[in-house]
Design a binder for this molecule. Structure first.
Ligand SMILES: Nc1nc2c(ncn2[C@@H]2O[C@H](COP(=O)(O)OP(=O)(O)OP(=O)(O)O)[C@@H](O)[C@H]2O)c(=O)[nH]1
Ligand SMILES: [Mg+2]
Length: 253
């Protein structure tokens, strides 16, 4: 791709992003409650392919292409993971060296990521730049202020290279979407992180954080609840994903 083509692609992306921003606002209002999983990762790593795999029994497909910025919008679909209904969001691919004026536009497409219970960081394990790509994505997440949402590192495209050479970040899983390798293990891992309620803990939620309270009520098994002057104390059983995500509200003993 020439420099000129690259800039034209960016300009086109910017225009489309403005339209999509409006659509997303209305979409987001409609959904809450179900577990949310967001696919993040460098451009071309296989995010849309993975979402398509999970939606293979449904009609609609998301755009999957070997090109820069194939996915410009955050597309969310309802999928079944290990028998559980989840919302899975495909996001715009991250990229290094994005021109300054486009960074904000890209970040606004990632608002959805902040609301996720689990992030699947999809990595092209066959890329020569794998470390740079992982770091770029982590920097974007950091810039978005995301630090408490659990991440599963999904090393994709293992059909292309001897992935044993990669020192994986944890927790991780090695898959190939194209050849459907280890996708069952991926599904198990997601269930383990999202649905196994292995934590027994207390949350202290100020009354002014009504939305957080609702989320916890929806995602946890409530054992007991008591009311203080400004907070509600919840004793619950919850998954690792919730345990990490709402860390700031957890009562430490
Ligand atoms: N060899 C191989 N190719 C794959 C695999 N998974 C996806 N691909 C290919 O990688 C290319 C990019 O896949 P996408 O799913 O569009 O990637 P993406 O992460 O959504 O890309 P952006 O939308 O640009 O961020 C496509 O040509 C896919 O067919 C895999 O497991 N092995
Ligand atoms: Mg895509």
């Amino acid at each position: 791709m020439t420099k000129r083509q690259f800039h034209l692609a960016l300009l086109k992306a910017k225009r489309e992003l403005d339209v999509l921003k409006k659509q997303r606002l209305t979409q987001r209002k409609r959904r809450h409650g179900v577990k949310k999983i967001a696919l993040v990762g460098y451009t071309n790593s296989g995010k849309s392919s993975l979402l398509n795999y999970f939606m293979q029994h449904q009609q609609k497909h998301v755009l999957e292409k070997d090109m820069l910025f194939a996915s410009l919008e955050t597309q969310s679909r309802q999928v079944l993971i290990g028998g559980h209904h989840c919302i899975m969001s495909d996001t715009v691919g991250f990229i290094q060296g994005l021109p300054h004026h486009l960074i904000e536009a890209f970040k606004s497409t990632l608002e959805e990521v902040k609301e996720a219970d689990l992030l699947l960081h999809v990595i092209d394990s066959a890329s020569d730049d794998v470390m740079m790509q992982i770091e770029t994505v982590e920097q974007v997440l950091k810039d978005l202020g995301i630090k408490d949402i659990p991440i599963l590192y999904v090393y994709n495209k293992t059909d292309l290279r001897r992935y044993a050479l990669i020192k994986a970040k944890q927790p991780s899983i090695f898959i190939s979407v194209k050849h459907q390798i280890h996708l069952d293990l991926l599904e198990n891992k997601i269930v383990e992180l999202c649905f196994n309620e292995e934590h027994h803990c207390f949350f202290k939620v100020p009354y002014i954080n009504g939305a957080i309270y609702q989320e916890l009520r929806h995602h946890c098994t409530l054992l007991e609840e008591s009311y203080e002057d400004e907070d509600v104390i919840m004793e619950v059983r919850c998954s690792s994903a919730i345990f990490e995500k709402y860390q700031a509200f957890r009562l430490m003993h």
